[in-house]
Design a protein around this ligand. Sequence first.
Ligand code: FAD
Length: 498
Amino acid sequence: MPEHADVLVVGAGPTGLAVAAELALAGIGAVVLDALPERSGQSKALALQPRSAELLDARGWLDPLRPHVHALLPRGHFAGLPLDYSVLETPFPHQIGVEQARIEEVLEQRIAEAGSPVRWAHACTAVRQSADGVAATVETPTGATEITADYLVAADGAHSAVRRALGVPFPGRAARMRMAVADITLARKPSGLADEWAPPQFGGGGFGYLLPLGDGVYRVLFGGEEQQALDRTVPVTAAEVQRALEAVHGGDVAVAAVRWGSRFSDASRQVERYRHGRVLLAGDAAHIHLPAGGQGLNLGLQDAFNLGWKLAAAVRGYGSESLLDTYHDERHPVAARVLVNTRAQGVLTIPDTDLLALREVVGDLLTEPDANRRIAMEVSGLGIRNPVLGAAPHPLLGARLPAALAAEAAGPLRSGRAVLIGPEPLGEAAAPWRGRVEHVPSAARAGLLARPDGYICWAAAGPYDAAGLDAALARWFGRPDTEAAMYRRNEIREEPIR
Ligand SMILES: Cc1cc2nc3c(=O)[nH]c(=O)nc-3n(C[C@H](O)[C@H](O)[C@H](O)COP(=O)(O)OP(=O)(O)OC[C@H]3O[C@@H](n4cnc5c(N)ncnc54)[C@H](O)[C@@H]3O)c2cc1C
């Protein structure tokens, strides 16, 4: 008999690890596989955006990262043009400079503590599914094996084997610019090179960009003529980096060694559907784009926070099919918009004189408070507004809990539960969903129902209004099967979300 898992997560990058950590919070031990022999320790991403920081903090996973934080920058950027984050209403009005590898370590430790450590050197090579389940062929150090699962999360990155195995198209635009990233040490440091830490930024040409990561290690990003002809599998060498840096710094620089290097491009692609039966695509497996503005890892993390509690509900048997479908409905438009903004950023980084003029105009526009806020809300992830169909309109519906309310709801959110904030009688209404939804009494507030990922899915029109609350609870958190529900069972109808 093949091994069976509730959920099989393919890929232990930030996205897969975060899905597994969310499932672990719900008491579900996913099987997590990665093709690599061990964690590489390499960090493509170097910064967390405010919304990801809020989500990690809600679960208590930001604190272990704090000792590794290089910098709290009060700004984001759009193609290298500064965005003022200090105007954002969040406890984290900054980009948090922390390496991707540190985030992965924290999440990996979390799932190991919960009893489902990553299985390294396990490569998924084939997938088939039926109405009842998914079966994956996995190459392990001791030979091929099969793992079956109720659900499979494809978090295996841009070149996703699962996506290919299922024949899921990855439409979009092919690469037009090819670039390289490397962490290097220097034998001679260019004069005037600042030692201040800052995340990599594209802009003003964006090539030959060199920034200190500490301990004598520098991150370099470059993409000249030479790189356009090189396949992504060609290793990045010290001689290649030296040539790229000399183009910017002349003879004033000498590369000592390349710690690691990788190639990337501005290819811009997104799958049309995030859900294919029992397979859910997330992170780079679902969307790729130029890493401008520091959004890719953050998108993947937020895919995971959106998907985790919904998958847990499906595994526990109370999550409806339509709840799982909302993962696509909510997350696809968010990444589609990031593909638009990163393509725009790509254009703004091309070193053409007319485009530099456009860059100047856009840079001027971004100093206007409204323009800054609009783009900062987008790049930071704080502006996300999920569609909430079938609910009475309310200004907060679909938005994240404002920071003050998230602080009041800290207990339930930390344990991955939904939260109903509001006056005492609402607590009775939520009682049948105890264990899934926690009531936080607040005499001063009209009721608000927030999902485990902090997005508001019901809001009262007035102080003691509970209209539509039962329906919202049943829609988002399933039909209750607790004793408290017994006497109300016939009153509570579970309706599809759309
Ligand atoms: C130069 C550069 C700078 C960047 N900077 C930022 C930034 O500042 N901020 C930001 O938000 N994003 C940034 N990004 C993007 C970010 O790094 C990615 O979006 C992020 O790594 C995606 O995470 P993921 O978990 O979806 O995929 P990945 O990180 O690619 O992880 C996928 C995992 O799946 C595994 N895998 C692959 N195939 C298989 C298989 N068949 N079976 C089992 N396992 C498999 C891989 O080994 C890997 O561990 C940057 C990217 C680049 C290239």
